[in-house]
Design a protein around this ligand. Structure first.
Ligand code: P53
Length: 477
């Protein structure tokens, strides 16, 4: 039995290109889905506009200007002792429209420089290929991932990246939080995951299954090609893990929770096992859902299974039986109930550290694969004191409680965990709301929800705390 975290445990931090880089038109970058999203609030998603509309504010256009400031930011990550840094490659820097045959050299060069800077500072890059930043042209021209042509576009993009960075990047993930779109009755996840706008009368469920299928096939083909380019690559999937608990021990609630988990997490089964679980195929048949699924797809899925499960963990959900005759009508936008045993953040996200231990064990039991917690964190309002200090003890408390549970899972339960990269290690634009003031960072960035501020960086109390956590390999919490 191990006493603590393994020696080579990957402590670090996580971000995504569109949420921090800015430079939305620099280096011949194309327009992405994130570039047409405005600001929302703690109670509303952001709106999606048709192209760029005059007079609207788009927070990702400048974000925190990491595009120009990355050297100074990486120096701060190094000071905290990061072993790794998770970011994404903005697809639109490499293929501005997404359907070109030749990549954009300026974009490729930017990531060469960024990864070199990480490596020079002893920080290993961990890279997501598609993190809510699909080329917008693929939405307007092809209808996003509902169209099978996007499989080839993604595979081309992935192949270019694998070849170019084969000696700089070892850890990869294909599609960020691919399972968010299980919430297909709202408009946010289908757009950010897959570039899908639903129209009146669309069969949302069927379209979601097709888009997700196309992504699962694209991911598998990419994994296979990656291994031919460098057999040492480690390629993961990326799942948004919000375990769904039954609200009571009423057998109907238990079954409802079990089926909701299946509908929200079958994506992992396909990534890990290379085929669909029977309950999904039966669900399609019962509802008359038709998914274009070729013999070649079947082969590709089996040939491109992932090496590890990357996942985000912020919160848990709870559910009651919704009264429907079928347990296959889980509607994430309606069926979840409040868990009376846990508190929630100012954005209503339920805080549940034990849920992280539960999730690690659930994944271990289900899939028996190495895991990587590639996001976890507390979005909160921070206050800058007169002397410039930022006392974010609530964030320290959240992270400490989660790391304690993660440690129990490793030490007592023996789960196979590779690393931990808290989300938004430097303040950045929220994906869900577009706010700057929903902050996750150890590093404060002076910018508000309207886009005003100096963009200056400052260390929060959590900065010094996390440095000590890493230095002690998780012993000093
Ligand atoms: P924000 C929903 C539920 C769980 C994770 O989210 C989610 C979302 C989408 O909002 O997204 C992930 O910024 C995502 C990151 C995102 C982070 O969690 O809405 O991978 O891009 O920023 C936090 O507070």
């Amino acid at each position: 039995m191990s006493k603590g975290f393994p020696k080579d445990f990957l402590w670090g931090g996580a971000v995504a290109a569109h949420q921090l880089e800015g430079g939305w038109q620099e280096g011949s970058k194309g327009l992405s889905v994130a570039d047409v999203m405005t600001v929302g609030s703690s109670t509303s998603y952001r709106s999606i506009t048709e192209g760029i509309v005059d007079g609207e504010y788009y927070p990702n256009h400048e974000a925190i200007d990491f595009y120009h400031k990355y050297k100074e930011d990486i120096a701060l990550f190094k000071e905290m002792g990061f072993k790794c840094f998770r970011t994404s490659i903005a697809w639109t820097r490499i293929f501005p429209n997404g359907d070109e045959t030749e990549p954009n050299e300026e974009g490729l060069q930017f990531y060469d420089d960024l990864f070199d800077e990480c490596l020079k500072n002893g920080i290993e890059p961990v890279v997501t290929l598609s993190h809510f930043e699909l080329p917008y042209h693929l939405v307007t021209e092809y209808g996003g991932f509902r169209n099978r042509k996007l499989i080839d576009f993604f595979v081309r993009f992935a192949t270019v990246c694998f070849k170019r960075y084969k000696d700089k990047v070892k850890y990869w993930m294909t599609f960020n939080e691919i399972n968010n779109q299980a919430n297909y009755n709202e408009d946010f996840a289908p757009f950010t995951n897959s570039g899908i706008y639903y129209k009146e009368g669309d069969n949302r469920e069927e379209i979601m299954y097709q888009a997700a299928h196309n992504e699962l096939v694209a991911s598998a083909r990419a994994v296979k090609i990656a291994k031919e380019i460098n057999p040492d690559f480690e390629i993961g999937c990326m799942i948004a893990m919000c375990p769904i608990y039954p609200a009571t021990c009423n057998p109907k609630d238990i079954l409802m929770a079990q089926k909701a988990m299946e509908l929200r997490y079958y994506f992992t089964d396909v990534h890990v096992h290379g085929f669909y679980p029977q309950y999904i195929l039966n669900n399609w048949e019962r509802k008359g859902i038709s998914v274009e699924f070729t013999e070649q797809d079947k082969k590709d899925l089996l040939d491109g299974t992932v090496d590890y499960i990357g996942f985000s963990y912020y919160m848990s959900f709870a559910i009651k039986h919704n009264g429907s005759d079928s347990y296959y009508d889980y509607d994430e936008s309606k069926d979840l109930v409040k868990n009376p045993y846990v508190q929630a953040s100012d954005w209503g996200w339920q805080i549940d550290p034990e849920g992280l231990r539960y999730s690690l064990n659930w994944f271990q039991d289900m899939y028996n694969k190495p895991m990587f917690i590639v996001e976890n964190g507390f979005g909160a309002y921070d206050k800058v004191e007169e002397d410039g200090s930022i006392h974010d003890e609530y964030r320290i408390e959240y992270l400490k409680a989660h790391i304690e549970q993660m440690k129990l899972a490793v030490v007592e339960d023996g789960v196979d965990l590779m690393g931990y990269t808290p989300w938004g290690c430097i303040d950045l634009v929220s994906a869900g709301t577009g706010e700057m003031e929903k902050r996750y960072g150890f590093i404060y960035v002076d910018k508000d929800n309207k886009g005003e501020g100096s963009l200056d960086r400052a260390k929060k109390d959590s900065f010094y705390w996390y440095k000590d956590v890493i230095e002690s390999n998780g012993e000093n919490l």
